[in-house]
Design a protein around this ligand. Structure first.
Ligand code: HEM
Length: 485
């Protein structure tokens, strides 16, 4: 008996070691840290520390286009992955890391557009609202963007120094409230979060980021029969959206005059039964959540790069001056400005919101990418920033800010760069709101730069972000502003 107790820990340790070794052997041909191949605790730790993205970039720099960062997780930085995994070929469903984002309502799991792994459901949901996001449809929301830019300009004009990251986030959240259901959240007015709307969105992205590596453990802790039944109060944002929906469906008069997503979704609900009340509210919440930090960080990244590169800023200012624009330009006036287009593309190339690869599961039969075979069940994906650093596509200076690459490259290289730009992802699950995002960015950036001379309060400041959530959040970036006109 005594000998069994003596040997039990040794036996347990040996079993654990065998399990770790078996894990490692599964994809041992792919280079990466040994411990990452043995246990997902490695990637979980790096993600929680906000370092996984940096580690994956370093691994690519060291080992090339294929690296391993988890037991079943492979990051590929060669653009070849884009057509194979994210393209139209069916079968590459979202990996388990998306499951931890699935919401819980009344004791049941309710997957959203982003978190559903069911491709049929995803396709049907996307088709049901697709008309609300086309390049033409989003022009309907321009007036909401204009109203929010006007408020932003007034707020900034009262400041000499301010945190550009927070200011831009208040702007994008208010704009999202307006184009989603016709009312701002009120963040710019109070210069802060209203009703914890921003915090609640971030709580979800934090949860997604922190648990993405350990979905089974997340399920055990948060989706067990006891936790799943805990009542959850709807957010202030959801309550507001619901009130708006009830107001409109209860109206006896013709209510077709509204031009926002809610109205579009209500119209679509006539042909799409999945757009019932919870379906519409869910879509509105997904949209607002997807629109806030993403657009804000990208706008700040574009302006940051311009402040750091005065020649680029001067070129853009000259272009805007020549275009003879009003204080808040119309999208039609700015959508095709070449230098503006180049600084937005380049800003998005060097700052991407995804903090780990957008993971997909290899279907039955396996797949060969960049000459390596991956069996069914492997998680493959690309970290947009890693692809954007690919020198074969973006040139030897891929790590450097140079908007001119979008203007002077030959046709073939430009085609390759466009195809490898993953800022909005690609394929069936690409960013649904990208037309709105581009419309906003191409209006708000000129509006700010035409009215104010913005400079970094600390000229040495770098663009810092928390990379532990699923979507990177920028840390405060203080700027000094002087009115121009
Ligand atoms: C510059 C700003 C933005 C960036 C960089 C961005 C980036 C992305 C990326 C990379 C994805 C794919 C995520 C994944 O597969 O894991 C995505 C999906 C999505 N985005 Fe955006 N986004 C931006 C703005 C917006 C805006 C303004 C909206 C809404 C108006 C929006 C709504 C969505 C939605 C609903 C999805 C999920 C699509 C699906 O799963 O089918 N995004 N976005």
């Amino acid at each position: 008996m005594a000998s069994l107790f003596t040997f039990l820990p040794i036996i347990l340790l040996a079993l654990i070691c065998l399990r770790l070794l078996a894990n490692w052997r599964k994809l041992s041909k792919a280079p990466g840290p040994t411990f990452a191949g043995c246990s997902d605790l490695w990637r979980a730790y790096q993600q929680c520390k906000g370092r996984l993205r940096e580690k994956i970039l370093d691994l690519h720099a060291q080992h090339g286009p294929i690296v391993r960062y988890g037991v079943k997780s492979i990051s590929i930085s060669d653009p070849e992955i884009i057509a194979i995994v994210y393209g139209s070929r069916a079968g590459f469903v979202t990996a388990d890391s998306y499951k931890v984002l699935v919401g819980i309502q009344n004791g049941k799991e309710v997957p959203s557009l982003v978190s559903t792994a069911d491709e049929t459901r995803h396709g049907a949901l996307r088709r049901s609202v697709a008309n609300a996001f086309t390049p033409t449809a989003v022009l309907d929301y321009e007036k909401w963007i204009d109203a929010t830019i006007e408020e932003l300009l007034i707020t900034v004009s009262k400041k000499k120094t301010f945190d550009l990251s927070s200011m831009t986030l208040w702007y994008t959240m208010d704009a999202a409230g307006r184009f989603a259901f016709g009312e701002p959240l009120g963040c710019l007015q109070v210069e802060g979060d209203v009703g914890d709307s921003i915090q609640l969105v971030r709580d979800r992205f934090n949860h997604w980021g922190w648990w993405s590596s350990l979905p089974q453990l997340e399920k055990l802790l948060y989706r067990n029969p006891i936790s799943i039944r805990q009542s959850r109060t709807p957010s202030r944002m959801a309550a507001k959206a619901l009130a708006k929906l009830k107001e409109r469906t209860g109206e006896s008069k013709d209510n077709t005059g509204y031009t926002d997503l809610l109205q579009r979704f209500l119209e679509a609900s006539k042909d799409h039964p999945q757009l019932d009340t919870p379906g519409i509210i869910g879509m509105l919440m997904s949209t607002i959540s997807g629109a806030g930090d993403t657009t804000a960080s990208t706008v700040v990244a574009v302006i940051f790069n311009l402040m750091k590169n005065p020649e680029s800023l001067k070129k853009l200012e000259d272009e805007l001056l020549q275009a003879n624009l009003p204080a808040i330009p119309e999208f039609a006036q700015v959508s095709k400005l070449p230098y503006l287009n180049a600084v937005v593309k380049e800003g998005m190339r060097l700052f991407t919101v995804s903090t780990w690869p957008m993971e997909r599961l290899v279907p039955a039969g396996g797949v060969t990418i960049v000459g390596m075979f991956f069996p069914e069940g492997t998680t493959v994906g690309c970290l947009p920033l890693a692809v954007h650093h690919n020198s074969k596509v973006f040139g030897e200076d891929a790590h450097i800010y140079r908007p001119e690459r979008w203007l002077t490259s030959d046709r073939e290289q430009l085609r390759q760069m466009e195809a490898a730009h993953m800022g909005f992802s690609r394929g069936r699950r690409n960013c649904m709101g990208q037309n709105i995002a581009v419309l906003q960015m191409k209006k708000v950036i000129p509006a700010l730069l035409m009215k104010f001379k913005l400079s970094l309060s600390d000229p040495e400041a770098s663009l810092e972000a928390d990379y532990s959530p699923a979507v990177a959040y920028l840390k405060p970036l203080y700027v000094t502003s002087q009115p121009k006109r």
